[in-house]
Design a protein around this ligand. Structure first.
Ligand code: ADP
Ligand code: ADP
Length: 245
């Protein structure tokens, strides 16, 4: 079966006048190792969909209907502790602003090593070696020196590489990347997308890539889902969907 299955998902926000339905019954699936693009204009519901899958939807938003299944397990109603574990080990997140994913008070090495040690049984020494290997994979020059530096000591592009290392260091089955290059210098955007694609293939991780950039979709994704006003308008192979656009 599919790695991820979203069935009839509904997300609501209470308003003074009643209820706002932000996501109105969307269904989609993602297979292991696949890269699914999610496009749609601002406010279409792309971020909320990713947020619901990772269990990070915040009040007053709530899942008002439907189900989310991951790896054969229903996850939309998991207790928060179980969801936190699943998120740490199996579902990686990459957001527009790399600083969202990094703790400014810890060196990047400490963050990588703690994540690796929480979700594997590697020793501290092995975890450090693994962290350096990940920083190498994401193209951080001189990783042995940079591992003890803090997030603010990296440029925006380099920081997002660190976030990718952090997301992939435990070989998650799924990575949710929400506009991962929008905040970066145009000159590094293509490199970062390329890196994300290559590494997710190497690590066998499926990706849900939220972007407004059709060029990125065409170059990177296997299938694409088009959202509009909280609904899924179309989902299919990239070439077919682009033909209709
Ligand atoms: P996208 O990522 O496609 O730009 P979002 O998923 O962020 O869109 O938001 C979809 C819609 O959900 C918004 O247009 C808004 O109506 C509603 N929404 C999102 N977050 C909130 C919130 N915190 N409070 C109320 N409504 C919200
Ligand atoms: P990249 O360096 O990966 O292209 P940016 O576009 O974010 O990423 O940064 C452009 C340039 O600005 C960097 O090459 C670097 O010289 C400088 N820079 C940005 N942020 C920092 C920082 N926190 N510390 C030092 N230099 C920085």
């Amino acid at each position: 079966g599919a790695l991820l299955e979203v069935k009839g998902l509904r997300i609501e926000f209470p308003t003074r006048r009643g209820t706002l339905t932000a996501i109105d019954g969307i269904s989609l699936s993602l297979n292991a190792g696949e890269i699914l693009g999610v496009v749609g204009e601002s406010g279409a519901g792309k971020s909320l969909t990713g947020t619901a899958i990772t269990g990070l939807l915040e009040r007053p938003g709530r899942i008002a209907g439907g189900e989310i299944h991951f790896n054969g397990q229903r996850i939309d109603n998991l207790p928060s502790e179980a969801m936190r574990k699943l998120r740490g080990k199996q579902i990686g997140s990459i957001f527009q602003d790399p600083l969202t994913s990094l703790n400014p008070l810890y060196s990047v090495g400490r963050q990588l090593i703690e994540t690796i040690r929480t979700h594997t049984d590697l020793t501290p020494r092995q975890a450090r070696a693994r962290a350096i290997e990940m920083l190498t994979q994401v193209g951080i020059p001189a990783p042995e020196q940079r591992i003890d530096q803090y997030p603010h000591q990296f440029s925006g592009g380099m920081r997002q590489r660190v976030v990718i290392a952090l997301a992939l260091c435990v070989d998650p089955k799924l990575v949710i990347a929400d506009e991962p290059t929008t905040a970066l210098d145009v000159s590094v955007q293509a490199q970062i997308i390329d890196l994300l694609k290559t590494l997710c293939r190497e690590h066998g991780s499926a990706v849900m890539l939220v972007t407004h950039d059709m060029g990125v979709i065409a170059e990177t994704c296997d299938r694409v889902a088009v959202m509009y006003a909280g609904r899924l308008v179309e989902v299919g192979p990239v070439q077919e969907v682009i033909k209709h656009a």
